[in-house]
Structure formats: structure tokens, C-alpha cells
Design a protein around this ligand. Structure first.
Ligand code: 13P
Length: 253
């Protein structure tokens, strides 16, 4: 059985008090309603991580949204994987399309960040996905293969087995335009096939692949029912406790 995960990505939202308040609501609601094996994770801004990891316990796990590739040093304003781990985080998002687009993060840099995360026992949630142009001109399988090859296929099988992947089509992020369950399943199946070609069937079958992009309580059930979709990476809907927990509950229904 693959690990099922619903992870919220708060992005650059919520000040400290707002974050604590929303997170406390989420923890209480998830505690009441969580029945299955699925994991709930919240990936919050750095300022929240220390407090949230203490409040979340094993009910809601905590992740960061980025890390630096070096362990320490003269990198003013940056946060290392070691620091993130030291406040009790278990996950870190790497290669979100907003980081690729606004901070020019390359596949090579993302490979280094992934290695830094793994070295510090953080689970990378590694994001891949095509733009609208790449979807329309039919190059999306090639784009995804390039992102996988440059970002994570340099890892040993042992290290790769710890990675969670997230397919987030850029055109579906924050736009209200969700990929249909068929479109998402097609790409998830392709990703799993590429993992099998690189690391073998057994590892491919064990890899958790999340879908992200305008996922909400209304469309989550159909998306998560697809054979190769193992949960979601949720942006906007993770800022509302009821919506996020309803998406978590989808696995129970
Ligand atoms: P939305 O759910 O707001 O579309 O964002 C998805 C996302 O980018 C999660 O990382």
C-alpha cells in the first residue's frame, strides 16, 4: 500500500497569530475525523514551523516550503534543511512551480536541495508540472520527464524511495481550472511508468504521487479515486480549515 497524503501549502499567507489559529482548528478537526491511514501535512511559512510542530504532534505533520542546498554558511536570509529539521519538521516542498518561475530555480539546483533535504532526514515533496503552453503544444510528457531526470532521477534507489512527488500543472494552480481526473491520471500513470523504467516496478508501485492545482472538497474524491493519484497538495483550500479537513476526509468516504 502506498502512503496517502493530503498536504496543505499555505504559501506566503497568514501572520503568526493567524497561522496558529488556523492550524489549531485543523488539528482538532482532523483528530475527530481521521480514520484511515492517510497523513495530513501542513507546509507553512518558516516563522510558523517551530510552534506548529509542537501543536501538531502525530495528528498533523509539518513541512517547510523551501530550503537552501547548503548546510550552513554566509547565505544571508536563507534557511537550511538542517534548521528545518531541528524544529520538528518532517517534510519540505522542493521545486514548486512558483519557486521555479519567480526564483529561477533550475533542475540542477533542485537536485541539490533534494539531496540536502534527504541528508537531514526530511521527506522532499518534489513538484513537477507543465505550463499552459506546454500542455497546449503537447510537450508536457517531455517537460515532466526532463524535470524528473534533472531533479530526482540522479538519486540512489534508496534515497528515491523516500521522496514524495507532486504533479502540479502550472495552468491549474490558483486558477480554479482543475485538471480533469482523466488528464491528471494520464500524467500520474506516465510518471509511474518513468519511475519503473528508472528504478523498477516495485519502487514505482510504492511511490506516492500527489496531485495539486485547484483541488477542493468538490473535486478531491474523483481525483483521489484515480489509480495513480495518492492524495493532494492543496493551496487555496488549505487556508480554510473546513475545506482542508473535508479533503482529508475524502479518503474515508
Ligand atoms: P491551489 O490549490 O491554490 O491551486 O494551489 C496549488 C498549489 O500550488 C499547491 O502547492
Amino acid at each position: 500500500m502506498r502512503k496517502k497524503i493530503v498536504a496543505g501549502n499555505w504559501k506566503m499567507n497568514l501572520d503568526y497569530a493567524e497561522g496558529i489559529s488556523l492550524f489549531s482548528e485543523i488539528v482538532n478537526m482532523v483528530r475527530d475525523e481521521q480514520k484511515g491511514e492517510q497523513l495530513a501535512v501542513i507546509c507553512a511559512p518558516f516563522i510558523h514551523l517551530n510552534s506548529l510542530s509542537k501543536l501538531g504532534g502525530t495528528t498533523v505533520r509539518i513541512g517547510a516550503q523551501n530550503c537552501h542546498q547548503n548546510e550552513s554558511g554566509a547565505f544571508t536570509g536563507e534557511i537550511s534543511a538542517k534548521m528545518i529539521k531541528s524544529v520538528g519538521c518532517e517534510y519540505v516542498i522542493i521545486g514548486h512551480s512558483e519557486r521555479r518561475q519567480y526564483f529561477a530555480e533550475s533542475d540542477e539546483l533542485l537536485a541539490a536541495k533534494t539531496s540536502a533535504a534527504l541528508k537531514n532526514n526530511l521527506i522532499p515533496i518534489f513538484c513537477i508540472g507543465e505550463t499552459l503552453d506546454e500542455r497546449n503544444n503537447g510537450s508536457y510528457f517531455d517537460v515532466i520527464k526532463t524535470q524528473l531526470t534533472g531533479g530526482v532521477f540522479g538519486l540512489s534507489a534508496e534515497d528515491f524511495s523516500k521522496v514524495v512527488l507532486a504533479y502540479e500543472p502550472v495552468w491549474a494552480i490558483g486558477t480554479g481550472l482543475t485538471a480533469t481526473s482523466e488528464q491528471a491520471q494520464e500524467v500520474h500513470a506516465y510518471i509511474r511508468k518513468e519511475i519503473a523504467a528508472k528504478y523498477g516496478e516495485e519502487l514505482a508501485e510504492k511511490t506516492t504521487i500527489l496531485y495539486g492545482g485547484s483541488c477542493n472538497p468538490k473535486n478531491a474524491a474523483e481525483l483521489f479515486a484515480q489509480k495513480d493519484i495518492d492524495g493532494g497538495l492543496i493551496g487555496g483550500a488549505s487556508l480554510k480549515s473546513r475545506d482542508f479537513v473535508d479533503i482529508v476526509k475524502t479518503f474515508n468516504s
